[in-house]
Design a protein around this ligand. Structure first.
Ligand code: 6PG
Length: 249
C-alpha cells in the first residue's frame, strides 16, 4: 500500500493544474534558496501542459527568478524535436518560449537519434550537469511525472525493461503497445530526486489509481509504484474523479 501522507486531492483538472503550478513554484523557491538553482525534469501529458501555461503567464511567472532554473525531461518520444508528439516541443511552446528561457538552460532528450545512443548521451548530460548523491546518481530538485491509465509513468510501461534494477540512469525501452522505443529516466534516477510530484486527473485514471494506492506492490504491473524517492519527498496531486476509489489510509 502506498503512503498517502502526501496525497493531495483537488476538485477537478483545472484545480489540479493550478496546484501543480503552485507546487512547482514552492519547490523552485526552496531549491534556489538551498543551492541557487532549480533543476527540474519536466513531464509530458495533459496535466503538466496546463500547469506550464499557468507558470508561463502572469501572475505566477513573476513569482520566481526563472534564470535560476534548468529544464530537463523525464521522458521523450523517439521523434524529432519539431514533431507534434515531442514532449520537448510541448514544453517549448507551453513553458520555455513564453518564459524566454535561454537555450543553454534547456537539456532535451534527443528523440531523433538512435534510441540507445540517445539514452546514453542523456545519462552523460545528467552526470555532467546535476549534483550527485552519495551513490553518484544525479539529483533533480523536482521530477514531475504523470500516470497513464495502465499505471505507467514517464516512459516506464508495464512489461518494459527499465524496471530492472540496474545502474543505468536513462533507458530506451521498446514499448510494444506503441511499436516504438521511448526514452525515459530510470527508477534509479527518479528515486534519487529531492522531490517527485506525480499529477494525474480524470475518469480514465480511477481504476489505476485505486490499484496503485490500495493494492499490493506490483511495479511490473503498475510501474508508477516503483517511484519511491530514497531521501526525497513524493507527492501525489490528483483530482476527485481519479481518487474516487482510493481508500483512506
Ligand atoms: C508522456 C508522459 C506520460 C504521461 C502519462 C499521463 O510522454 O506521455 O510522460 O508518462 O505523463 O501518460 O499523461 P496525461 O497527463 O496526459 O494523462
Amino acid at each position: 500500500m502506498i503512503d498517502r501522507s502526501h496525497l493531495v486531492v483537488v476538485p477537478d483538472a483545472d484545480a489540479l493544474a493550478e496546484r501543480v503550478a503552485r507546487h512547482t513554484l514552492d519547490t523552485a523557491r526552496e531549491a534556489i534558496a538551498r543551492h541557487g538553482r532549480f533543476d527540474v525534469a519536466l513531464a509530458g501529458g495533459s496535466t503538466p501542459k496546463a500547469a506550464y501555461a499557468l507558470l508561463a503567464a502572469a501572475p505566477l511567472r513573476d513569482e520566481i527568478d526563472w534564470t535560476r532554473a534548468r529544464f530537463f525531461f523525464g521522458d521523450e518520444r523517439c521523434v524529432p524535436p519539431d514533431d507534434d508528439e515531442s514532449n520537448y516541443k510541448m514544453a517549448r511552446l507551453a513553458l520555455l518560449e513564453p518564459l524566454g528561457v535561454a537555450d543553454d538552460a534547456v537539456f532535451r532528450m534527443h528523440g531523433e537519434d538512435e534510441p540507445r545512443a540517445a539514452a546514453a548521451a542523456y545519462a552523460g548530460v545528467l552526470r555532467a550537469t546535476l549534483d550527485r548523491d552519495d551513490a553518484g546518481i544525479p539529483v533533480f530538485d523536482l521530477v514531475m511525472l504523470g500516470m497513464g491509465p495502465d499505471g505507467h509513468t514517464a516512459s516506464l510501461f508495464p512489461g518494459t525493461d527499465p524496471l530492472d534494477d540496474d545502474a543505468a540512469l536513462v533507458k530506451a525501452p521498446f514499448v510494444a503497445k506503441f511499436g516504438t522505443h521511448r526514452l525515459t529516466l530510470t527508477p534509479a534516477t527518479i528515486n534519487a530526486a529531492r522531490e517527485v510530484a506525480i499529477a494525474t486527473a480524470g475518469a480514465t485514471k480511477t481504476d489505476a489509481l485505486a490499484a496503485v494506492m490500495n493494492g499490493a506492490y506490483e511495479p511490473a504491473t503498475y510501474p508508477v509504484q516503483i517511484v519511491r524517492p530514497r531521501d526525497g519527498r513524493l507527492w501525489w496531486l490528483v483530482d476527485e474523479i481519479a481518487a474516487k476509489n482510493v481508500r483512506p489510509a
